[in-house]
Ligand binder design. Structure first.
Ligand code: GMT
Length: 386
């Protein structure tokens, strides 16, 4: 199939999922056209069957807010016509779904082509930003107008139906993991740079937004650190970093907490870690937790949103109420207390991660593309590409 993919090209989870999906589909012989504002961060080099189309927004002086949504729709129209796309897959509803639907209408009216649009919901596009009154009518409209909708967890599918008071059909296709990239590796030489042999390594990776509650990581670590020698690696960057750093200073923990900034090869840091912390206030899936589990790192997470679908209580780690840092620390200590317990949880984390292996999830997307394409071909026989 010739598939257009629209996503955020940056460090966010939705962009990572979209890019990895595109790369995997290309390897299976599909022709993939990324339509984004910048080169997607996970699209490391030239890959066979993968093409990139940049969305340019002109900076006319009248534009206080550059009209990205219109520029994106125009670019989709262009790529769909000249690359003869069969289907468009947009990741993260705002503003990608509405641009996709708009482009489909233009293509139909102006060029007699029907481009089926699939929207994948990732989380905050519904749970945070999407339900905001300034966006919700547009999000709701584009969801109902999409030819197919998927959500990355059962929680997100239900939350979407509740938010928009609708029974729109939403297919749950969970996020996936490439176990060739994310796996348990022996990186003792690298570990020595960041921690001594007797220290346990805790890690958190995210974009440090408020929803991630990164100060909770500091509070959990503060309790753990009192009971055993340990280091905390804070990987990523974002608006909450300054507050977390301030908290480290207050607790006199700067020596033991390392802020490493945005990192490309997060799997190398996970490979030297013992425990992953994800205390989020809201999380539709928790791709970062899945990446950690695949590397044999058990997870202490909050029990919110889709996290219980990813982190299995008492198996791949533990789930605690949002904000209950005392319980999170207690569970962390339970896992870290003996080498046997850590080894057991590490093994189970990998087992749980394997249920989300790329090869199991990719066919779900391919089948859904085919289903949506066939449905559209039936409804608009002369208009879909053949
Ligand atoms: O919160 C992020 O890390 C970014 C955000 C995004 O959309 O880019 O992540 C959401 O999508 C990820 C991929 O599907 C999910 O793993 C995250 O759980 C989800 N974030 C939230 O729901 C807060």
């Amino acid at each position: 199939m010739r598939i257009g993919i629209v996503c955020y090209p940056t460090f966010g989870g939705s962009g990572v999922v979209a890019t990895e999906l595109g790369k995997a589909l290309a390897q299976k012989g599909h022709e993939i056209h990324f339509i984004t504002s910048h080169w997607p961060i996970r699209l490391d080099h030239y890959t066979e069957n993968v093409f990139y189309h940049e969305v340019n927004v002109s900076d006319y002086p009248l534009f206080e807010f550059p009209p990205y949504e219109s520029a994106l729709a125009s670019k989709i129209v262009d790529v769909a016509r000249f690359q003869n796309l069969d289907i468009l897959h947009v990741h993260y509803a705002i503003p990608h779904a509405s641009s996709g639907v708009f482009a489909r209408q233009i293509l139909k009216r102006e060029y007699g082509k029907y481009l089926p649009v699939i929207t994948t919901l990732h989380g905050t596009d519904i749970t945070l930003v999407g339900k905001d009154a300034s966006f919700s009518p547009v999000v709701s409209y584009s969801l109902h107008e999409s030819d197919g909708v998927t959500a990355v967890s059962g929680f997100l599918a239900q939350s979407t139906r509740d938010t928009f008071d609708t029974n729109v059909e939403i297919k749950v296709i969970p996020n996936f993991i490439d176990l060739k990239r994310f796996q348990k590796l022996d990186k003792q030489h690298f570990r020595k740079i960041l921690a001594s042999d007797e220290e346990k390594v805790l890690i958190h990776t995210s974009n440090f937004r408020k929803v991630k509650r990164i100060e909770d990581c500091i509070s959990i670590f503060n309790i753990v650190r009192k009971k055993m020698p340990a280091k905390l690696l804070m990987v990523g960057d974002g608006p909450e970093r300054v507050h977390a750093e301030e908290r480290c200073r207050q607790l006199n923990l700067c020596e033991d907490i390392k802020f490493l900034g945005k990192q490309q090869s997060v799997e190398e840091l996970l490979a030297i870690s013992d425990l992953f912390l994800l205390p989020s206030g809201s999380e539709s899936f928790g791709l970062a937790a899945l990446e950690a589990m695949a590397c044999g790192v058990p997870v202490i997470s909050s029990d919110t949103g889709g996290l219980p679908e990813v982190n299995r209580e008492g198996f791949s780690g533990f789930l605690c109420p949002v904000g209950d840092t005392a319980q999170m620390a207690e569970k962390a200590l339970q896992i870290l207390s003996t080498p046997e317990s850590l080894k057991q949880f590490s093994k189970q984390a990998m087992e749980q991660a394997a249920t989300f292996e790329l090869s199991k999830i990719l066919p779900m997307y391919e089948a859904f593309y085919e289903e949506v394409y066939q449905r559209s071909a039936k409804a608009y026989p002369s208009k879909v590409s053949s």
